[in-house]
Design a protein. Structure first.
Ligand code: CUA
Length: 152
């Protein structure tokens, strides 16, 4: 009778050890994947086609959404073409480091952070070409980083 108890106990012990080995192996492995993801793709934006193919889309009768990517050293799309007398919301993200997004001569101005989407809404009036500038130091080409917003 004692033999059966010992046998059962050792089987349980083996199962317990297997269980903890498996748990030990899977636990850190899962954690590592989770930890390494933000460095590769901070906000999942690499899979977001609005930003892999930056563009302007009509989203309402007089409303437009402009998906813009800032990078060292420029903006996409360039130029950003938006219609006159409309409401335009810019969704801006960065592919690399922190940039600025300032529509020269207007109060449209935001910081652009990798993995995050900055949002600013503007009202356009008459056709005009605006300069787009980066006002956050972002590296050697910061001073030449510029784009255009064309209201047509
Ligand atoms: Cu981008 Cu300065």
């Amino acid at each position: 009778a004692y033999e059966k108890i010992w046998l059962a106990a050792s089987v349980l012990l083996i199962l317990f050890l297997l269980g903890s080995v498996t748990y030990g192996a899977v636990g850190p492995g899962v954690a590592m994947v989770t930890d390494s993801e933000p460095a590769i793709d901070p906000g999942g934006l690499d899979d977001d086609d609005r930003f892999t193919e930056p563009r302007v889309e009509q989203v309402g009768e007089n409303e437009y959404a402009a998906y813009v990517v800032a990078y060292q050293f420029g903006f996409q799309p360039d130029p950003i073409v938006v219609p006159e007398n409309s409401t335009v919301t810019f969704y801006v993200t960065s592919r690399d480091v922190i940039h600025g997004f300032e529509v020269a001569g207007t109060n449209a101005n935001t910081m652009v952070v990798p993995g995050e989407v900055s949002e600013i809404t503007v009202e356009t009036d008459e056709p005009q070409e605006y300069g787009l500038i980066c006002n956050e130091y972002c590296g050697a080409g910061h001073h030449v980083m510029e784009g255009k917003v064309n209201v047509v």
